[in-house]
Design a protein around this ligand. Structure first.
Ligand SMILES: [Zn+2]
Length: 462
């Protein structure tokens, strides 16, 4: 009894001191987070992956709120919640009220997702939007402002690009991958090599319509009668991209096939290429394609170009998830120590093996692109693990979006995530604030300048 009385007397001040201390920790952690986050806002961002479109590339639409949502990742979550996909042709003609009736409920169901929150972050930064959720009422306020900006998107893009803090975006135009005319004021050219691989097993039959690479070859006067011709034309495309200051290659084939590329001998690939493509078995077709990617990697070494590869989760609403499992690239990493590989997206949901590959191979880099948008929390947890495993000169960040509002949200989200992870590591005594700021600079800027040799390739100072 006595004992407990004494304890109580001591307990109260002890509890007060503990609470004060805990509170102090929170305050400190918060202050540290804020300082790091402010620093992140001062970095001129080198964004290593975008799919920026001019609005007219989507078609002849009159852009308003729902068009932006339809062009964003969030559209997939809205479908996943049960709504019909956004109908672009209807969006131009229906009123905002009718569109809310069609999509509002599903949009509300997505309000916990990272796709949703990063769109909100984009509107907060670019439109001064202050709510946490989209509502019928605030959409009615946002939409006319969007409409106004999109009347002159190029001016709006310029203004928003700088407000977001971008200095340069790597542009992967997978939908027109032979285009080399880009606006160098904002973009650096990426050569998407998907078609070079996939069309090697889709040789047009006599009289049939030419698919893209054969059409290109035809227009440039190249004959394509055997594998050597095909390779010569691909090499010509490499040279053309290099003339236009290409900074890297991009493979996003996980959307249509496995990332496991066998090493197929040239003679075998050549014999298979000679057969009519319609007579190839799926296994034969895969062999030619596998050969092509090995050939492309060898070219990447010859031309000193890093190879970006989509790994992990696949955008949209239905695909073969394990196509993109990072471990399937292991043989390539072993076989080509002189090549430089950049794995994308944290390999989600295989973030552990993604980090392990980045740790094991000197020439394998990790681009956090899109990971915070897929899952903010997974990005926080996975980056913490990655920093345990992988030196910080091996990370990049990219936005991976089609329009400037979403890219802005993607960047804001990524800065939040990286700052949170670093502040937490400082709190745990694993990191000094000084090094945290260096890591921010490295992830969002310096690593890209160094690894992609931007000063040399683009002929300008960074
Ligand atoms: Zn992408």
């Amino acid at each position: 009894m006595k004992k407990s009385k004494i304890s109580k007397v001591f307990m109260l001040p002890l509890l007060t001191i503990t609470l004060l201390f805990m509170n102090q920790c929170d305050v400190n952690e918060d202050a540290v987070y804020k300082r790091i986050r402010v620093h992140a806002d001062q970095v001129k961002i080198i964004n290593t992956h975008e799919h920026q479109h001019w609005p007219e590339e989507f078609g002849d639409y009159h852009f308003r709120f729902y068009h932006l949502i339809a062009a964003s990742y969030l559209a997939s979550d809205v479908s996943s919640a049960g709504a019909n996909g956004y109908d672009w042709s209807l969006m131009d003609s229906l009123s905002l009220d009718v569109l809310w009736d069609m999509y509002g409920k599903a949009l509300d169901y997505t309000s916990s997702t990272s796709y949703y929150s990063q769109m909100v972050r984009g509107f907060q930064k670019q439109y001064g939007f202050s709510d946490l959720y989209f509502t019928k009422e605030n959409i009615a306020e946002l939409s006319p402002r969007i409409e106004e900006h999109y009347k002159d998107y190029k001016s709006w893009f310029d203004e928003a690009f700088h407000r977001a803090g971008f200095e340069l975006m790597f542009l992967d135009q997978w939908w027109k991958s032979y285009n080399t005319q880009i606006d160098e004021k904002y973009f650096a050219l990426v050569f998407n090599i998907n078609y070079l691989i996939s069309e090697s097993s889709h040789k047009p039959e006599k009289g049939s319509e030419l698919n893209s690479i054969y059409k290109e070859a035809d227009s440039e006067g190249y004959k394509m009668s055997n594998l050597d011709d095909y390779l010569a034309f691909c090499d010509h495309k490499f040279k053309k991209n290099i003339e236009k200051k290409v900074v890297c290659l991009k493979n996003s084939q996980a959307y249509s096939r496995t990332l496991y590329y066998e090493n197929v001998p040239y003679e075998e690939a050549r014999a298979l290429y000679d057969k009519p493509s319609s007579q190839l078995t799926p296994a034969d077709a895969k062999k030619i394609e596998d050969f092509m990617f090995h050939w492309i990697i060898q070219k990447s070494i010859e031309y000193d170009l890093p190879v970006q590869i989509h790994t992990g989760y696949l955008a949209g609403n239905g695909n073969v998830l394990d196509n993109g499992q990072p471990i399937k690239l292991n043989n390539l990493f072993l076989e080509y120590p002189e090549a430089e590989f950049v794995m994308f997206h944290g390999g989600f949901p295989w973030t552990g093996e993604y980090a392990a590959l980045g740790k094991m191979f000197r020439n394998v880099y990790l681009d956090l692109v899109w990971l915070p948008q897929i899952s903010r929390q997974e990005a926080v947890s996975a980056l913490d693990v990655m920093l345990d495993c992988v030196p910080y000169n091996k990370f990049f960040w990219g936005g991976d979006c089609g329009l400037i509002e979403e890219s802005t949200g993607s960047l804001e989200f990524a800065k939040d995530v990286v700052s949170e992870v670093l502040a937490n590591r400082i709190e745990r005594g694993l990191l000094t604030e000084e090094v945290a700021l260096i890591i921010i600079d490295r992830i969002f800027r310096e690593n890209a300048i160094e690894v992609f040799q931007l000063e040399k390739r683009l002929g300008r100072e960074f």
